[in-house]
Design a protein around this ligand. Sequence first.
Ligand SMILES: Cc1ncc(COP(=O)(O)O)c(C=O)c1O
Ligand SMILES: [Zn+2]
Length: 386
Amino acid sequence: MTFYSHLYCHQCEKTYAKEHIHKYCHECTQPLQAVYDLEEGMSKELIDQSRYDMWRYRAFLPVEDDKHVVSLGEGWTPLMILPKSAQSLGLHSVHIKEEGLNPTGSFKARGIGMAVSKAREMGISKFCIPTAGNAGSALAAYVAAMDGTAHIYMPEATPKVFQLDCEVMGAEVTKVKGSIRDAGLAMAKDNENGQWWDITTLKEPFRLEGKKTMGYEIAEQLDWQLPDVIIYPTGGGTGLIGIWKAFKEMQDMGWIDHIPTRMVAVQTKGCNPVVKAFEDGSDHCVLHENPEETIANGLRVPKAFGDKLIMNTLKESNGFALDVTEDEMIAGIHEFARREGMFLSPEGGAVYVGCKKLIENGYIKPEDRVLLINTGSPYKYAENLY
Ligand SMILES: Cc1ncc(COP(=O)(O)O)c(C=O)c1O
Ligand SMILES: [Zn+2]
């Protein structure tokens, strides 16, 4: 059972019927978002307590019939309190959501699992994607599970294990010189006849719905007391936008009175289009030419398709955007590992360092309850870290 109603474009306010297949808004080329028939007073019993994965929120997800769900156990990841870090950083509390424990080792399993499930419901089985690594691993796995085909385009600089991961699952991998943007352009050329379903971040509406489940989990796992600050490593931005979407849906149902959370985007110094737009007070990003290579492959996105939604989320939540250097990320990973016994991905290292910088500049105050998101497992990045 789902309350899924239709698709909606936030830019031009056009609506699209859910019965038809849509990618993005054909009026204004902005991403589409799934809308649900939600009302104040809806019961939290709509959460399926028998499931310990993202499908416990299936009433607020777009798949109509359970038989189309392709699941590898994604979601319901641990949300841990870190008293040692809180004490060391001088904060009221620090929590971490450990997304590296998802199938295929990252939060990408949520979005890809959802997009593949919904595509299967629409009769689609051939997929393509440009990826920094983790989304490719996830797509290869979910597509193998549903007996489809996957064509995966990744920058040459992507750690080797991501390619191995995809090929073991039976996907076809193409390595492309340049960044994820170049991978996307090469893919679009090979897919000019549209023979494959393109699930580039936010170019179809349903990866966002999978990422949204992080927001539902954060609320439920914190007993409906949302954190004051969430720090998120931002590339294409689906996680940031999705968490915020979840909070607003829960507010519509009266599950949360008011949303105290300020959403923070962290990027790398060598590829920081969101930070620049934030500092300029702009509602969109400018393409970051020649993005530098980074150990945090997932953050090397020179311009996100959903840039306006990212900037809107930062604005609406009174959020912030900042960047970190490669050395800071490495030092942050080591410091955190030695204190907490947790090995962060480079993107998670960026989040931790971002938190420290925000304490220094006064954006995070001692009384704040802060949530860090470690979006992936570090192990696939071993060659970047040694
Ligand atoms: C580990 C990791 N963190 C963060 C990101 C960026 O995620 P998003 O596109 O949701 O901003 C990626 C994207 O590849 C990733 O792999
Ligand atoms: Zn539109």
